[in-house]
Design a protein around this ligand. Structure first.
Ligand code: IPE
Ligand code: IPE
Ligand code: MG
Length: 263
């Protein structure tokens, strides 16, 4: 492990618990090499392995990867179908490794539009890793942040119609419990590769207080060093959650004093 990774490990307590990544730039990576876009997506799988491996080594709690957005259906049919095939084969190939590495795999998104075969494989992969208690790996597939909020609202409306919930009891907590990616909780660090500086309808609700990190690296070139650089940048940030910087620093000092007393 290189020295910068060692340094990251040294500040483990300050690392984000939940990292989400918009894995962008596969198409441009391929085009720059005169290759078909699908080869960029295939090359992107290697980068996925690298970030999952580092997240496991660093014992991050959860990692959420944006694999296919609800808007990506707008792409040419052949690109969509090659992405679906890739998804199928990667699920098949990688799930055993995830199981052995204590990774719990979850697919987040509207899977109803996927083929029966893909849905069955998703279910099998989730079941195979369900008892793992290491890294939670969420793959956002046919996911849209607005879809997530709308489906949560629909479930709450259903409960009101059935008389099990009062409309006046609908608050942030109630909505949070119905959000599809609720189980992975708030995002601490969002990374987007590929140079674009936008959210593209990713986890809108869960991103309320995320630290944002944009990288120009195209996804297939994103490796442990690039991930470590994003984590190092996060560690330097001061998260205030609406407080003043002074309040946050006081809180950090009193927390560290309590820890010393505890030890
Ligand atoms: C991200 O890479 C992967 C998916 C959206 C599935 P892109 O395919 O968007 O790559 P660029 O942005 O065209 O380079
Ligand atoms: C976002 O990338 C979706 C994924 C990475 C899966 P896009 O490449 O689809 O985003 P836009 O269209 O450029 O905003
Ligand atoms: Mg893109």
């Amino acid at each position: 492990m290189s020295s910068s990774l060692e340094q990251i490990k040294a500040v483990k307590d300050a690392l984000p618990q939940h990292v989400a990544i918009i894995m962008d730039g596969n198409g441009r990576w391929a085009q720059q090499r005169g290759k078909l876009r699908v080869l960029g997506h295939q090359a992107g799988v290697k980068a996925v392995r690298k970030v999952v491996s580092l997240a496991t080594q660093l014992e991050l709690k959860s990692l959420t990867l944006f694999a296919f957005s609800s808007e990506n259906w707008r792409r040419p049919e052949e690109e969509v179908s090659s992405l679906m095939n890739l998804f199928l084969s990667v699920l098949q190939r990688e799930v055993k490794k995830l199981k052995n590495n204590n990774v719990r795999l979850r697919i987040v998104g509207d899977t109803s539009r996927f083929s029966d075969k893909l849905r069955q494989r998703i279910q099998a992969a989730e079941q195979m890793t369900a008892d793992n208690d290491g890294l939670i790996l969420n793959i956002a597939a046919n996911y849209g942040g607005r879809w997530d909020i709308a489906q949560a609202a629909q479930q709450l409306a259903q409960q009101v119609a059935e008389g099990t919930l009062q409309a006046s009891d609908i608050d942030e907590q109630a909505l949070n419990q119905q959000i599809a990616a609720e189980s992975v909780a708030d995002i601490d660090l969002l990374i987007r590769t590929g140079g674009e500086k936008r959210i593209s309808n990713f986890l809108l609700w869960q991103m309320a207080y995320a630290e944002l990190f944009f990288s120009d690296v195209l996804w297939p070139d994103f490796d442990e060093q690039a991930f470590a650089a994003a984590l190092a940048c996060y560690v330097q940030r001061e998260r205030r959650f609406g407080c003043t910087g002074e309040q946050v620093r006081k809180l950090l000092i009193s927390n560290s004093m309590n820890e010393e007393n505890f030890a």
